[in-house]
Design a protein around this ligand. Structure first.
Ligand code: 5GP
Ligand code: ZN
Length: 115
């Protein structure tokens, strides 16, 4: 997919609005439109990368994103009780938006295994 057609690229560039929780030069965090837990935010790189299969050369960016998770968890008040971080990938993973994103879910006990 071209980044010009990508909804998360448009959110990253503020072409379309989102309820933004955190942002820096490399990543953005915003509330999921259809939340499935009391806390449900999406952590995305601003750069268009479709999914983890396209991220092999993105060590620095991924490191930055992953180390930001602790800050985001504290900001959204899920650090104390815990949370889940998940990146659905392609059809079998249930990915619907082809721009790399991590769901950060918390605020209640989550079932395991997933459906
Ligand atoms: P996936 O299904 O690819 O793992 O996750 C995509 C997520 O993006 C879904 O949970 C969906 O609710 C969310 N989503 C899709 N379009 C938008 C949008 O325009 N704004 C926001 N905030 N979330 C969106
Ligand atoms: Zn994109």
């Amino acid at each position: 997919m071209l980044s010009a057609d990508c909804i998360f690229c448009k959110i990253a560039s503020k072409e379309i609005p989102a309820d933004i929780v955190y942002e820096d030069e490399k990543i953005m965090v915003f509330h999921d439109l259809n939340k499935v837990a009391p806390v449900h935010v999406l952590v995305i790189p601003k750069k268009h990368i479709e999914n983890m299969l396209d991220a092999e050369q993105e060590e620095g960016l991924l490191g930055h994103l992953m180390k930001s998770v602790a800050t985001i968890a504290k900001m959204t008040n899920v650090a104390e009780d815990g949370f889940r971080l998940v990146s659905n990938t392609k059809e079998n993973g249930g990915q619907t938006v082809p721009h790399l994103h991590f769901h950060l879910l918390g605020g209640r006990a989550l079932d395991w295994p997933p459906g």
